[in-house]
Design a protein around this ligand. Sequence first.
Ligand SMILES: [Zn+2]
Ligand SMILES: [Zn+2]
Length: 346
Amino acid sequence: MASSIQNNRVSAPGYCVCCRVCNMWCWRAFKWLPVLLIVSIVTWSYYAYVIQLCFFTIESTVQQCVYWVLYHILLMMFAWSYWRTIFADIKPIPDKYKLPDEELEKLLSAESEDAQRTILENFAKDLPIVTRTMSGSVRYCNRCVLVKPDRAHHCSICSRCVLKMDHHCPWVNNCVCFHNYKFFMLFLGYALLYCLFIMSTCLPYFIRFWKGDFGTAASAGRYHIVFAFFVSLMFAISLGSLFGYHCYLVANNRTTLEAFRAPMFRSGADKNGFSMGAYNNFKEVFGTSPNLWMLPVFTSLGDGIVYPLPQQDEDTESLLSSERWERWGERSRPFDERESSSYDEL
Ligand SMILES: [Zn+2]
Ligand SMILES: [Zn+2]
């Protein structure tokens, strides 16, 4: 029987080193274009709002100050969250998940898929994993040569496995995963507020423009304000739908990938397999301290490797989850047990 696992450590032939390096740098530069586009739009919106609207259009000093202060607070929170999402410290999969050379040799020389499956099961027997592939075997990444922790997936753009992968986002040129999911949620939320604020404060001027009562044809500044209204409206619609969808995912403790394909456990696929109730799911991403919920500082619970599971009957799965909790408790005590009685039962 042909083996399904192949050696991916063989380098691609037919390319000289210079071409490879050149391609790599071109590709790296190309991936920053969406981020540059966002930064350019925000820079222009700053000019349109602060210079054209606040300084040259609004006459009341009180109104100018209120708009100026609110705008800068929203811009700061939005830029801070965006920065943290882009430059989040995405930690690699721990070494204990990586197959040593001798195990890899055994795996590659195995004569059947069943033999490969047994080798991976033996290797993973002490690892805290409960999810499986569709066929029931241990999840393995050919390219990174490792057993995938629960909820980890390989990103073909980043060329590595990432923990609790949600999706690869070109607008932040990074994977959205365990280490920056909170930042990503705040980025969407503050970007939405930023657009709604610009939209609502530019609306009266748009209405005046529509009625032919806003500046003269020669004043180019009014077009910036009208255009700012349209652009913020357009972004508010798309950001609102995306933010709403991710709120739904947080409430149900699902990643975007898991929403498309439910995670597979020994007992079968279960789309709610990691859900601990809406409030606990929210705390898993945003942490237990309400003071830090709205700030882009890392407060997500856990280590991205082991996740609490809903309480189950006395079967192997529940025994396994109890073991996992003990191990997790030893490592980091991620959940505040005083606040959450449901976690105490696990
Ligand atoms: Zn991988
Ligand atoms: Zn990625």
